[in-house]
Design a protein around this ligand. Structure first.
Ligand code: G6P
Length: 756
């Protein structure tokens, strides 16, 4: 209906204007025709009366009587005779008084003219009559023109009706044609987009000739929609649902496979013989677990628990515990010598100290390298086995699996491989220490995207590649072209889930304060500091305790009024460096506690034991301050977890300047852990900080975490992956974006650099 009106209204308007505009033209035209006819008639009358008039010209009465008979014709209004030299014609009484005899001659204009008097319009024509010597007199014929006006009126009316009828007819035809063509066009487009109808000849199943165009058109529409959605990730509220939507819409429901060394839950046989589930102390696990719950994919990890083998199915899979729809964990088994060489040896005695500036020398052994390669191959095999399509989205985690991206790429060339390096990347000089540096870089550059927490680490990586490999490093788009492929090197600062499930489940802050103080036999209003880490030399535990000691020296009023509780989860305990570190830490705590021995409370409580997330959150919520003193850390999620746990907006965070988190949380008290005096003053400042100031700082930090939560971290990577896939499709179709038309860019496979 709307469509018909859209055609009809303008059409009717055009016809109306045409009709009105044409009326005067029609008037003029018909008038001219009538005048011409009447003038001819006048000539005919003149020639008919010429002879009788010559006989009667001598007898005016007879002439008038003759003329009077003539005007019985209703159109002949008057007739007169102009003798040579006469001024006024001799004629019927109806002859208008204004009619005068014109000069007579061959050249005289004999065509009629119209005059209007009381009788209406009259046409006056003067026609010469001739004798042997030429024209010598004239006949004046006056004809009634009113009939012409009547006819004109009628013509106009007919014309009007004609145009109206014509308009209606044209409108009807137009509407019918428009309706038919619109419907046909829409159906045609739909069919085109479905790749049917016009494209596919009836009864044939083969793809029509226009199919490629339809596919391109369909892809283009989808891509435009996606680009539009992606442009504004600030507008997106990042939740588990957002991630699911991205997978569904942007990645067409692709498989998501996560592969990491550490598993998200460990089945352990406890002392009483039952099997219990333990959540490992790992920032990586804390971050990836909510993502996997949202995406319901498959998580491949090393089955390291004492009862892990007992709970898996025939395919080494076990479902994530919990009521919500979860994900599947596929366990990879490693022989003891593999675990020793790959995990303890190459990963944690070699790469871990290599990447952290923590003044512990890395140790590289060729036997460890062999196991590292072998174990990486096992993980890559598991990814290939778990992939249900040829182009899954694979999220490879951390320094344990640096060779996995290349190994997957070789077997699943169309996979989108997003590798995230959770620890720092050192400068090129430091990295050059590693005897297998080229192999590691080659492995990582099998990724489509390689992510780090900070831009600084991205830059270090690019510098390292520049120094080590025959590769093209593009510092404008942060891409590396290597072996005909490009890898995007990008910063994705990891974060925590928001709102944090454990914080929501924890008792109110007052209850947590009471529970924890009671647990450690501390007075109700005792000031409490908290540190929660693995027992790892990168975490700066010695520096932290020396700072507490210095605070007591500088501000002795806190002795017996302040206790620092340190939870240190045992980790990598078979590595000598870790054993030595634990011993040093224990000894230091013993010495400090002895020095500030006080009947009311100890200076430091060291809990070397595994704590579940719920217990950890209780500690976060009970504390007046949290001290993160890492000597070097990719991000440090403890800092973010503490902030997330404090929905009372109280508590102070002391944060090492050598963590990735320090770049995002400047409202914390940022300290240099090597500077004991500075840290001691920061502790004192935190303990004396007004509630108002605590709130102001905490609010800003919580707002940041709310906005930049872990769903956004994963979502940004998935969106970038989706964008790369789209560009890949363009290249595969031969539609190369201008940006990538340089000679040196890879023509073959579609893995290109994208920016956010
Ligand atoms: C760091 C690493 C993780 C690792 C975690 C715990 O956060 O980046 O990959 O899982 O430490 O270490 P663990 O050796 O116990 O897995």
């Amino acid at each position: 209906m709307k469509l018909s009106l859209r055609f009809l209204v303008p059409l009717i308007l055009v016809l109306a204007v045409l009709t009105l505009a044409s009326m005067p033209l029609v008037d003029q035209l018909t008038l001219r025709w009538f005048m011409k006819d009447l003038d001819l008639r006048a000539s005919l009358i003149a020639s008919t009366v010429e002879e009788p008039v010559q006989h009667l010209e001598a007898d005016p009465d007879a002439l008038r009587a003759y003329f009077a008979r003539l005007i019985l014709d209703e159109r002949l209004f008057a007739i007169g005779y102009c003798a040579e030299g006469a001024v006024r014609p001799e004629g019927t009484s109806t002859l208008p008084a204004t009619v005068r005899c014109a000069p007579i001659g061959e050249k005289a204009n004999t065509s009629g003219r119209v005059v209007r008097d009381a009788h209406g319009p009259l046409l006056i024509s003067a026609k010469p009559i001739h004798d042997a010597f030429g024209a010598r007199a004239s006949i004046v014929v006056v004809q009634d023109m009113s009939f012409a006006e009547r006819r004109n009126e009628e013509t106009r009316r007919y014309l009007f009706y004609f145009f109206v009828a014509l308009g209606i007819l044209i409108s009807l035809i137009t509407v019918v044609v428009a309706q038919l063509s619109w419907r046909g066009w829409v159906q045609g487009m739909r069919a085109l987009l479905r790749g049917e109808g016009l494209l596919r000849p009836a009864g044939r199943t083969s793809v029509g000739e226009l199919q490629p165009i339809a596919d391109d058109l369909r892809a283009l529409i989808r891509d435009l929609e996606s680009e539009h959605r992606m442009r504004d990730d600030e507008q997106i509220a990042w939740t588990p649902k957002t991630l699911r939507d991205i997978l569904e819409r942007e990645l067409r429901g692709s498989d998501v496979i996560v592969v990491s060394n550490r598993e998200p839950f460990i089945h352990v046989r406890s002392a009483d013989g039952s099997i219990v589930i333990q959540r490992p102390a790992s920032g990586l696990v804390a971050a990836i677990e909510p993502i996997m719950r949202a995406c319901s994919g498959t998580w491949i990890a090393h089955g390291s628990g004492s009862a892990d083998r007992e709970v898996v199915d025939a395919h080494d899979r076990v479902a994530a515990p919990g009521d919500e729809p979860g994900y599947a964990l596929r366990r990879v088994w490693l022989a003891p010598e593999e675990e020793q060489g790959y995990y303890y040896g190459f990963a944690n005695e070699g790469l871990w100290p290599l990447c952290h500036v923590a003044h512990v020398r890395p140790t590289f052994r060729s036997s460890d390298w062999e196991q590292y390669e072998r174990a990486n191959r096992r993980f890559a095999d598991a990814v290939v086995a778990e992939a249900r399509t040829s182009d899954p989205v694979v999220l490879v985690q951390d320094y344990h699996l640096a060779l996995v991206p290349r190994m997957i790429r070789e077997r699943l060339p169309d996979a989108t491989i997003i590798t995230f390096w959770h620890i720092p990347w050192p400068n090129p000089e430091a990295f050059a220490i590693c005897p297998w540096r080229d192999e590691l870089l080659d492995g990582l550059l099998g990724s489509s995207i390689l992510g780090f927490h900070t831009q600084f680490h991205c830059n270090n990586f690019l510098d390292t590649v520049d120094r080590q490999l025959e590769a093209r490093v593009d510092r404008e788009t942060f891409g590396v072209s290597y072996r005909g492929e490009r890898t995007l090197i990008k910063r994705y600062p990891i974060s925590v889930e928001w709102p944090p499930a454990s914080a929501l489940a924890a008792p109110p802050v007052d209850a947590c304060r009471a529970i924890i103080r009671a647990r450690h036999g501390l007075p109700a209003e005792h000031a409490l500091g908290i540190g929660i880490e693995r027992m790892d030399y990168t975490k700066g535990l010695e520096e932290r305790f020396r700072a507490v000691e210095r605070m007591f020296e500088l501000h002795p009023e806190w002795i017996g009024r302040f206790t620092f509780v340190q939870i240190a989860a045992p980790t990598r305990t078979s590595i000598e460096q870790y054993q030595a570190y634990e011993n040093r830490v224990r000894a230091l705590v013993g010495r400090i506690n002895e020095r500030f021995a006080n009947r009311r409370a100890p200076a430091i409580v060291l809990l070397v034991a595994h704590h579940d997330a719920d217990e950890v959150y209780e500690y976060y919520r009970s504390a007046d301050l949290c001290f993160v003193s890492s000597l070097h850390d990719g991000m440090n999620l403890v800092a973010k977890e503490f902030v997330a746990a404090r929905d009372d907006e109280a508590g102070v965070l002391l944060l090492s300047q050598f963590t990735g988190a320090a770049r995002e949380l400047p409202e914390a008290l940022i300290v240099n852990p090597y500077d004991a005096d500075q840290c001691a003053e920061a502790l004192d400042l935190a303990l004396g900080m007004s509630v108002r100031m605590q709130r102001a700082r905490m609010r800003l930090m919580r707002a940041l975490l709310q906005e930049f939560n872990v769903y956004r971290w994963a979502g940004r990577m998935l969106l970038d992956a989706a964008s790369m896939r789209r560009r890949g499709r363009f290249i595969a179709r031969g539609v190369t974006p201008l940006k990538f038309t340089r000679q040196s860019d890879p023509p073959a496979r579609a893995r290109v650099v994208g920016e956010s």
